[in-house]
Design a protein around this ligand. Structure first.
Ligand SMILES: *Cc1c(COP(=O)(O)O)cnc(C)c1O
Length: 221
């Protein structure tokens, strides 16, 4: 067994244990393996271990990692979990299956246009800046209801909310806040929790956890 298949196995066990402990269905918790800045050999190991759901932060790198593998593995699911420039919307819609980082009106317009052109209507998440951090991407919690309306007017299929908590605050507060916002706005899916805090995120209601180093080890710089 390789290190990566071992890590995946342990992670799945932890997810299962946490689901059981918090009366959740294990099938509703999805493990997004974050393969950004990881060598293709490691990605291949995860694929060999049967994993099919992956997350990438950058469109360009995602193409380098996945363009060929996509053809070989027809049941792959790729999530974009990093900021998206409007001029990359076309490539993003063509490659990814889910966009987790919808966070501004200009991007909503670009995505909606591209999805119509390509007839690929991808499920999306709205990224929420739960800590109202100036430098961080995401919609501010106060403007979320209006932003949701805007997305609906543009026929963007929003299925849930995503957040990256501030590094210096207890993540559980932000997970609970995101859950509340999702409930208020009628969304079912919650993308929250990374290597260091995915168990807390599951306890609070995450349906997607995004784990990178916990599967692949440290990233290349
Ligand atoms: C890199 C990244 C992750 C994975 O982080 P780890 O700490 O390596 O698990 C999760 N979510 C987002 C948005 C990321 O950019």
């Amino acid at each position: 067994m390789t290190q990566i298949s071992e890590n995946l196995k342990i992670l799945r066990q932890k997810i299962e244990k946490q689901a059981l402990g918090y009366a959740r269905k294990v099938e509703e918790i999805n493990l997004v393996a974050v393969s950004k800045r990881q060598p293709v050999e490691k990605i291949q190991e995860a694929l060999n271990a049967g994993h099919r759901l992956f997350g990438e932060s950058r469109v360009q790198e995602a193409y380098e990692h996945w363009q060929d593998l996509r053809v070989q593995y027809n049941n792959l699911k790729l999530h974009l979990i990093g900021p998206l420039q409007t001029n990359k919307a076309k490539e993003a819609v063509a490659l990814f299956d889910v966009i987790e980082t919808v966070d501004r009106e200009k991007l909503v317009l670009a995505l909606s246009l591209e999805m119509k052109k390509q007839e690929r209507f991808l499920p999306c998440f709205i990224q929420v800046n739960t800590g109202d951090e100036e430098q961080k991407a995401g919609v501010s919690p106060e403007t979320l209801p209006d932003f949701v309306t805007f997305c609906q007017e543009q026929n963007l299929n929003i299925v849930g909310l995503m957040c990256i908590p501030p590094v210096d605050e207890p993540p559980a507060l932000h997970f609970a806040f995101l859950k509340k916002l999702a409930h208020q706005n009628g969304f079912k899916e919650l993308s929250m929790g990374m290597s260091s805090d995915f168990e807390q995120a599951i306890a609070i209601g995450a349906t997607y956890v995004r784990v990178g180093t916990g599967i692949f080890g440290n990233r290349e710089s």
